[in-house]
Design a protein around this ligand. Structure first.
Ligand code: AMP
Length: 197
């Protein structure tokens, strides 16, 4: 089973993806993590994307589609969680093609619904917690970049909600509920009985 976790920055996609990795042995494909790893290891791509990411803007479709293609070609899994990908309609189309090429299907798109005030509090809180614990703070976890990240989300990513809804793949989950409740709601989506005509 392959799923997409959709939602604005700070909605809890990463937290929920990690839980599914632990409990279901699915494989998390986070383009944000891949890009940060490229930045850390100082690759050419990492250098190209560093400024864009710190600003909170989206990197090019070409780069992230390339990263996902590489993973789908090399990693074997009995279920992928796409976390932070796709973020544009062009990426959604590319994902359809890539999945079809490897004989896979997309089984559910789960939207984590939250409101913006909570996102700002969560993300600024995440940065403060990390700072207090002496851990590295994400370069884009500040109010200025967050504003850009939210604008990018509404402009380029939120149209995917309508797109997947029209395809009949969309399930909405209340991302404001506590973490266990969100886990439960996602589990119910993944375990639902297929609709038989
Ligand atoms: P995330 O960890 O998902 O919040 O992603 C962090 C940053 O990486 C984003 O703000 C973008 O700059 C970049 N990024 C991650 N995934 C994508 C994507 N699918 N398309 C474009 N940019 C992305």
């Amino acid at each position: 089973m392959n799923i997409i976790l959709l939602g604005p920055p700070g909605a809890g996609k990463g937290t929920q993806a990690r839980h599914l990795v632990e409990t279901r042995g699915m494989v998390q494909l986070s383009t944000g993590d891949m890009l940060r790893a490229a930045k850390e290891s100082g690759t050419e791509m990492g250098r190209i994307v560093a400024d864009v990411m710190a600003r909170g803007a989206l990197v090019t479709d070409e780069i992230v589609i390339g990263l996902i293609r590489e993973q789908l070609e090399t990693v074997k899994a009995n279920g992928f969680i796409f976390d932070g990908f796709p973020r544009t309609l062009a990426q959604a189309d590319a994902l359809n093609d890539l999945l079809a090429e490897c004989g896979e299907t997309l089984d559910a798109v789960i939207e984590l619904e939250v409101n913006d005030d909570v996102l700002v509090t969560r993300i600024v809180g995440r940065a403060e917690e990390a700072r207090a614990a002496g851990q590295p703070v994400r370069a884009d976890d500040n109010e200025e970049s967050l504003k850009i990240r939210l604008m990018e989300y509404y402009k380029k990513t939120s149209p995917l909600i309508g797109y997947y809804h029209a395809r009949g793949d969309l399930a909405r989950v209340d991302g404001l509920a506590d973490i266990q409740a969100v886990q439960g709601a996602i589990a119910r989506v993944l375990d639902r009985e297929p609709i038989v005509a």
